[in-house]
Design a protein around this ligand. Sequence first.
Ligand SMILES: Nc1nc2c(ncn2[C@@H]2O[C@H](COP(=O)(O)OP(=O)(O)OP(=O)(O)O)[C@@H](O)[C@H]2O)c(=O)[nH]1
Ligand SMILES: [Mg+2]
Length: 301
Amino acid sequence: MQKQNWRDALAQTRRATFGRLATLLGQTDLTDEYWDELESTLVQADLGIQTVTYLLGELQQIASSEGITCGSDLKDALRRLLIERIPKAEFAIDSGPPQVIVLVGVNGSGKTTIAARLARQYQLENKKVILAAADTYRAAAGEQLEAWGKRLNVDVIHGQPGSDPGAVVYDAAQAALARNADTLIIDTSGRMHTSHNLMAELKKICRVAGKVIPHAPHLTYLVLDATTGQNGLSQARAFADQIGIQGIILAKLDSSARGGVGFAVTAELNLPIIYVGLGEHLEDIAPFEPEAYVDGLLEVN
Ligand SMILES: Nc1nc2c(ncn2[C@@H]2O[C@H](COP(=O)(O)OP(=O)(O)OP(=O)(O)O)[C@@H](O)[C@H]2O)c(=O)[nH]1
Ligand SMILES: [Mg+2]
């Protein structure tokens, strides 16, 4: 993705909070009040308390060891520190095809539309994709995925509304094997990360996939709504603790003023962001680029 697109996607976030940073990283003397204000600005930018404490400590040390007295000389250090804190997405998938990807997240975070957008990405890599509509709670959920499947010319395996999502996953995994699919993407229903029963259901979905396809699911991604702010951190922590996730897909970055939360989640939970969602169209997805993201936040040209 172009640098300009990252800047556009992060425009609201930048305006809301990071704008103040521009002043603090300008011609400002490093007084005690300066550090207080920098701290509160970074907290308001949703970077997460742990990260802000770390950043402040490092910046103060750099300022004193390098004799820096002006905010503008801290900008490069802040950029570098932020980029360094973002974990890299590195995982080898040692089995398959089919490779099984499960999308999880709270209600309305963007799972179904991300499933379609991911399917398209894999199609562009010449992969045969199957979609599983394991959201059987709402009748409309299966239909929503069906509609995307038709547009993409991708098979969608679904069950009756109200049926067992585990059964849908079983059928979908069998279909993925029988039809020689490269990738099976499983869309699940939205669930509160605090619901024990619904989290248990998710574990079952994963177990069923693994019974049919060895080592499945190979990747479980949490689809996080970038507009949710710091609640995203508790969501990610709960999904990571309870079902284990390999990465984050940060949806709705384009309509969020709180895009900094991606940073808190990735840095504090050591979970890589794999993709970002940048709109409601099929092409509105892009692989995460740490440097472009940080530059988009800080408005470095
Ligand atoms: N602007 C913007 N809107 C998005 C993005 N991703 C999803 N949406 C919108 O968010 C709304 C919810 O998206 P869904 O994909 O249905 O979310 P979901 O997680 O499947 O929802 P449930 O199945 O109800 O839990 C829809 O109106 C989407 O078009 C994005 O990256 N940017
Ligand atoms: Mg959905």
